[in-house]
Write a protein that binds this ligand. Structure first.
Ligand SMILES: Cc1ncc(COP(=O)(O)O)c(C=O)c1O
Ligand SMILES: [Zn+2]
Length: 445
């Protein structure tokens, strides 16, 4: 399938950068780059119904809106390829759960949970890694490096395994053990850097330059945002399917909208924010669908930052796009960034859609892990639980209305940070001897 990628534009100076020159940031001013597509061509040539009818449920079926085609030879053309059944080939199609009791408690129309903890490395970051690896394979890179708070790295290590690409990782020393174990089990070389994520970020930039490695650093590599936007495509597809299903059951017409019934946007999307690349990726996905006319409105974005990682929230409050680095010290490793690397695009995602930023403190995130675990059957890490804190606070602030349909983007599994999970007040752990009397005693029969 053709790619409709035309060029990249600089998010800071607006310069157009040719595809071949768009390796990382703007050669003129250093700003992050944003991919552009021939939207008129896509609207003319592509039937969205064909995309959703594709039996391949991976992100690669959105090829017209991606900068890279699938790196995987199709099963039919090359079943013997090492990549034919690789996790890269099936990546995507994470579940969208309906959190009915949450919606009822908060008195809103619907709450959906887009559960990306179910991707191959158990985090949202697989979407970005896949797109970066596809390009790395295309340009013949033999090593990819990345700075990470843990998930981007474990994702890169997972998805590079078996591709022949070596992985070099730079993480802060404080990275949770579960994430470190994942990175190591897949054979990556891991540098645990004495310092913050931001120190690791700078070191990865230097090392990539010196050793000629391809660099996956979030935001800095423009393909990360392009991979992340696939979650928006899936959300709209899943919501349309749910509407069609409900309509079939109630025998009403599912096609009352003049727009394509195969994609449907929610009213609000809530996203935990560290570097700001996930929220900007989701925003990009909805912008793409609007540009080709496959959805009829843009959702409002609610970004949730950690109180103990205040740089972006301060920029939001100041009303400017100037982001001043501030030391981060939250337990939520995924959103612990001193200087958000895609912060400008995160601010735009919220401001351009009429949304808000809210803050979540560490205790609130731990409590939210418990609520999500008990009420919604999902086990998430603290950074991810921030989305639920954002939901509750936004309802209280009046930023969410009772007729809104809300999607919470879940971004990482609780198994990655068991130490934090054990701090949550949850089901009881009772040590006993192997005697029924001990159980009776506990139950006070
Ligand atoms: C679990 C989790 N949630 C949210 C985020 C935030 O994503 P971003 O840094 O793109 O804002 C991360 C980033 O590492 C993460 O690991
Ligand atoms: Zn520029």
């Amino acid at each position: 399938m053709n790619s409709y990628l035309t060029d990249f534009s600089c998010t800071r100076c607006g310069e157009s950068i040719a595809i071949a020159q768009a390796l990382y940031t703007c050669p003129r001013c250093g700003g992050n780059l944003d991919a552009r597509y021939d939207y008129a061509g896509i609207a003319r040539d592509i039937d969205p119904a064909g995309i959703v009818a594709n039996p391949d449920r991976s992100v690669w079926r959105y090829a017209p809106l991606l900068p890279m085609p699938s790196p995987i030879p199709s099963e039919r053309t090359n079943a013997a390829s090492a990549l034919a059944y690789h996790p890269l080939s099936t990546l995507g199609a994470s579940p969208l759960y309906c959190a009915t009791s949450m919606a009822r408690t908060l008195n809103i129309r619907a709450v959906w949970l887009k559960d990306d903890s179910r991707l191959p490395s158990s985090s949202f970051k697989d979407r970005a890694s896949a797109m970066v690896i596809a390009r790395a394979l295309r340009i013949g890179a033999h090593t990819i490096c990345a700075a990470s708070t843990g998930n981007a790295a474990s994702s890169l290590a997972t998805l590079c395994a078996g591709t022949g690409i070596e992985t070099v990782i730079f993480v802060p020393r404080s990275t949770p053990e579960g994430k470190l174990a994942q990175i190591r089990i897949h054979g990556a070389r891991v540098y645990a850097v004495e310092g913050s994520y931001d120190d690791a970020f700078e070191l990865a930039l230097q090392a990539a330059r010196e050793f000629g490695w391809h660099n996956r650093n979030t935001g800095f590599n423009p393909y990360t945002r392009e991979g992340k936007k696939t979650a928006a495509f899936e959300i709209c597809e899943q919501l349309a399917r749910q509407r069609a299903h409900d309509a079939m059951r109630s025998k009403a017409s599912a096609a009352s909208s003049p727009y394509s019934p195969v994609f449907r946007a929610p009213d609000v999307v809530i996203v935990p924010v560290g570097d700001g690349n996930i929220i900007s990726g989701l925003h990009k996905g909805f912008k793409d669908l609007l540009a080709v006319g496959w959805i009829e409105h843009m959702p409002r974005f609610i970004g949730v930052t950690a109180t103990l990682a205040p740089a972006l929230y301060r920029a939001w409050q100041s009303g400017s796009e100037t982001i001043v680095a501030a030391p981060a010290s939250t337990i939520a490793s995924g959103i612990s960034a001193d200087l958000p690397r895609d912060g400008v695009m995160a601010l735009r995602a919220v401001r351009e859609t009429g949304g808000v930023f809210v803050e979540a403190d560490d205790e609130e995130m731990l409590d939210a892990m418990g609520v999500l675990g008990r009420e919604a059957a999902v086990f998430v890490e603290p950074a991810c639980a921030a989305a639920y804190v954002g939901l509750v606070k936004a309802c209280r602030m009046g930023a969410i209305r009772s007729d809104d349909e809300v999607v919470l983007q879940l971004t990482g599994s609780g198994l990655k940070d068991v130490k934090s999970a054990l701090r949550v007040s949850a089901g009881r752990l009772i040590h006993i001897q192997a005697r029924i009397e001990d159980v009776r005693e506990d139950f006070r029969f």
